[in-house]
Design a binder for this molecule. Structure first.
Ligand code: B12
Length: 362
């Protein structure tokens, strides 16, 4: 951890393409010179693929510097290492990629701007030498009744028995499971589990998509059937920020607020920041909920918060959350948000306590 360094973060972000290109050239030169390949050169496609990898890494580095949280970078490197190991690609020398990135940063950025970036990379290089703990195959425990139901749902959805998957959860509701628990304790853990299985290379992207579309369909059915509490006079506007296409977690939060008497408006995913103030005004929102999934989306989140603050009433509350914060739970305070919550149920509690006085205009 170090102090946020917005200038270095901005410099990295704006020179991400150049840095990625330089790191990529160094990496491929070294990889190809190490091979006895009769002077063969890396193809354009290979260069483009690795440039994309390095650009993402520079953006993660930039996010870590902006928030002053090195874990936002090191955890991403660990994540890549786990994904590569699962795909038996660990022959790809992750350490070499970090050395190439380090050299590019050192060559291209002036000393005062590169210090924190180099410290982050060095930390990732040190961690890269540690043994990688084996990842558990499943994060859900079949001995726990709710997690067992999530596993059954997941199995049916994956086998293409979509109707059966849906009926299993709807029957559980008929048998007493609350609508909110069906969403928060069955569907959301099933989504996290499918992500975990994808990371381990046990399911394909197509299989993940199948489960995700089944969950979207069922979540809407459950939300529409659920009884709602009387209106509390409060309005929430929710969005996944520009660049973030993940929408299930934030959508679930919106449904949960609705069941608890809120007027909860979900604007969608990948919402441009300049559209947010108008939505906050138009719907007379008391609170804005903004979601990000990747650490590299933190700058867009920070800009979205700043844009709302600039154009809306000072008393608008802004709560943030999403997968990106799991690696740096303190980052929300540094980007100008009023609150952060790790999951749907705590988001509801936080929203209720942040907005204690119902607005009189409704
Ligand atoms: C489905 C999915 C996708 C779908 C999204 C479809 C859709 N309509 O949402 C698609 C295929 C498009 C996708 C793409 C990508 N994904 Co994806 N995805 C997932 C997956 C499997 C499920 C997402 C989900 O439904 N989660 C369920 C809910 C419960 O979790 P959640 O989103 O974190 O939300 C909870 C909390 O975070 C919190 N919360 C969320 N938002 C907010 C907001 C506020 C205000 C508050 C208070 C709280 C809060 O409350 C929620 C409910 O409890 C996750 C796995 C996972 N663990 O989530 C990966 C995951 C998020 N994806 C991941 C990745 C890497 C990607 C890609 C980069 C893959 C790629 N190489 O292209 C792209 C990036 C796309 C982009 N630009 O955003 C990684 C992210 C790792 C990381 N932290 O960097 C994950 C974790 C998978 C993994 N195990 O590695 N993905």
């Amino acid at each position: 951890m170090f102090a946020p360094n917005p200038l270095a973060a901005k410099t990295l972000e704006s020179s991400a393409m150049d840095l990625a290109d330089a790191a990529c050239t160094l990496f491929l030169e070294s990889a190809f010179s190490g091979l006895n390949n009769n002077g063969q050169q890396p193809t354009k496609e290979l260069h483009a693929e690795w440039s994309h990898h390095f650009r993402q890494r520079v953006l993660e580095l930039s996010a870590a510097l902006a928030a002053g949280e090195s874990s936002l970078f090191t955890s991403r490197v660990r994540w890549s290492r786990q994904a590569m190991t699962a795909r038996l690609q660990y022959k790809v020398p992750l350490g070499e990629t970090l050395h190439s990135l380090r050299a590019a940063v050192l060559n291209q950025l002036p000393g005062e701007l590169s210090t924190d970036a180099l410290a982050c990379i060095d930390q990732a290089l040190r961690e890269n030498q540690d043994d990688l703990p084996a990842m558990q195959v499943s994060q859900l425990d079949p001995a726990n009744p709710e997690q067992r139901l999530a596993l059954l749902y997941l199995q049916d959805a994956l086998e293409g028995n979509t109707r059966q998957a849906i009926d299993t959860v709807l029957q559980a509701i008929d048998n007493g499971l609350s609508h909110a628990d069906a969403i928060c304790r069955i569907l959301l853990p099933a989504q996290q589990e499918i992500g975990h299985l994808w990371h381990l290379d046990h399911v394909t992207i197509a299989e993940e998509h199948l489960v995700t579309t089944t969950t979207q369909r069922l979540m809407a059915v459950i939300a529409d059937r659920a009884p709602t509490m009387p209106s509390n006079g409060k309005t929430a506007v929710a969005a996944s920020v520009s660049g973030n296409v993940h929408d299930i977690g934030i959508r679930a939060i919106t449904y949960l607020l609705e069941l608890h008497g809120w007027r909860a408006i979900y604007l969608g995913s990948d919402v441009p920041r300049n559209d947010l103030p108008a939505a906050v005004h138009f719907y007379h929102a008391d609170i804005a909920l903004l979601s990000i999934a990747l650490s590299s989306q933190l700058p867009k989140l920070q800009q979205s918060i700043a844009t709302i603050r600039q154009h809306c009433d000072a008393d608008i509350k802004i709560m943030v959350g999403g997968n990106a914060f799991f690696d740096a739970p303190g980052a929300w305070q540094k980007i100008g948000a009023d609150a952060y919550a790790t999951d749907a149920e705590s988001a509801l509690m936080q929203a209720d306590s942040l907005i204690t006085t119902p607005a009189t205009r409704h």
